[in-house]
Design a protein around this ligand. Structure first.
Ligand SMILES: [Zn+2]
Length: 416
């Protein structure tokens, strides 16, 4: 292992251990922390502000008979009156045609999160509100949270009706009670709020002007201290920045810490939109999202030609580092870049099912290890050392059709 690699990342990750949702004051706290780390490495960050659609939930509650049910709200799904919306209740299960025969004018309980197909059928049915549920029926309420959801832009284009998310156990009791009517109360203030990406340029040695972007998101989901997702990736970028400051390569590097990834890649989409005129100079993008869990394994999702999959597999063998590479999209901030035909790779160490918590109050330091973070950092560094200084950049500047098609589906521009 290279001397000392990963130590700084582990130390920075340890301080990125607090809830830092985009559009909140804690977002700015994280921005300041990242900026101060960048200055410690002798560089000056640029904070890029943009306006983001956001909403603040004032009241979210489901009531029937004498039951008052704790609820999260669907952000940007509108508001009911103060007294709530009272309507007949229907358990519409998977929202199939059969489930929705008699749904007009009703508030529906659904089995699953919204997909375009499900939501289109729900709106077409004439339902006036919807409920989804989260967690498991055996959750201990004293140690679990009930996060809000959000009505994504693609859904708002289909139609807007108020929605709540409730606990699985409460959903089960609601179905058992099967009340005639329920009252859905959702009060929220929707507005544009400032959000911030952090950017640093590291010039090349002048031999080549193809820019390589290295990115990862620093924001967290609600209630989550976000150590694994993605304080770890943010901290890896700090360490890589320090390394390449000391070891310049022939290509200019741009490091970007994105906000609002958890709201649907909002920060990286805003970045790409704001830098349209520079996109053609970007040769390649490297994104790091998820790292450091003790129980997990390392992966690379390649959004570029198949050859890069083999290159990473071979490099893993050479370094004795177990990594599984495949050509696939990955739900994170490289998507808006590859959507603009910029090839990319996502590196991540993902936790084993049941061995790690994500988007949860337990995504803190107890489930991660310094050694794991160091090994992932070291491998990404080995990859960068192979490619950033290459005489000819080895990856063609193109995105395969299969990946482009999958991105279209992912961004809900077409169905499968
Ligand atoms: Zn993430």
């Amino acid at each position: 292992m290279m001397e000392g690699i990963g130590r700084r990342a582990f130390e920075v990750m340890g301080r990125l251990n607090f809830v830092r949702e985009s559009g909140t004051p804690q977002e700015m706290e994280a921005v300041e922390l990242i900026c101060s780390e960048i200055r410690k490495s002798g560089m000056e960050p640029v904070v890029e502000e943009f306006q983001m659609e956001h909403s603040y939930i004032q009241k979210a509650e489901l009531a029937y008979g004498d039951v008052r049910c704790e609820a999260g709200g669907y952000l940007l799904s509108g508001s009911t009156g103060e007294e709530g919306l009272t309507a007949p209740f229907l358990y519409a299960q998977n929202a199939t045609e059969m489930d929705l025969v008699d749904a007009a004018g009703k508030i529906l309980l659904l089995n699953q999160r919204l997909t375009p197909e499900v939501y289109r059928r729900v709106i077409a049915s004439g339902a006036v509100g919807f409920l989804t549920f989260t967690g498991t029926i055996i959750d201990d309420r004293s140690i679990t949270d009930l996060p809000d959801e959000s009505l994504q832009p693609w859904a708002r284009e289909i139609g807007i009706i108020p929605g709540l998310v409730i606990r699985a156990e409460d959903a089960m009791e609601l179905v058992r009670a099967n009340p005639e009517t329920v009252t859905l109360t959702l009060r929220q203030e929707e507005k544009l709020v400032p959000a911030h990406n952090v950017v640093v340029d590291l010039p090349g040695n002048g031999k080549n002007d193809e820019c390589i972007v290295l990115g990862g998101h620093y924001d967290t989901a609600q209630f989550s201290p976000g150590v694994y997702d993605n304080g770890a990736g943010s901290a890896i970028l700090i360490e890589l920045l320090e390394y390449f400051k000391e070891h310049p390569v022939r290509r200019p590097l741009r490091f970007v810490w994105f906000t609002a990834e958890e709201r649907g890649l909002v920060g990286s989409k805003a970045y790409v939109k704001a830098h349209q005129d520079e996109l053609e100079k970007i040769r390649f993008m490297v994104n790091v999202d998820l790292a450091a869990p003790l129980l997990g394994s390392d992966h690379a999702c390649v959004m570029a030609e198949e050859g890069l999959v083999h290159m990473i597999t071979y490099l893993g063998r050479e370094k004795g580092f177990p990594i599984e590479a495949k050509q696939s999209i990955y739900s994170s901030d490289a998507i808006p870049f590859s959507d603009q035909k910029i090839p990319a790779v996502n590196f991540f160490r993902v936790g084993v099912n049941g061995g790690v918590k994500i988007h949860h109050r337990n995504d803190d330091l107890h489930q991660v290890g310094c050694e794991n973070l160091a090994r992932t950092t070291e491998f990404i560094l080995a990859f960068l050392n192979r490619t950033l200084d290459a005489v000819v950049f080895p990856v063609p500047r193109e995105v395969p059709q299969k990946i482009t098609d999958d991105i279209d589906v992912y961004l809900k521009r077409k169905t499968e």
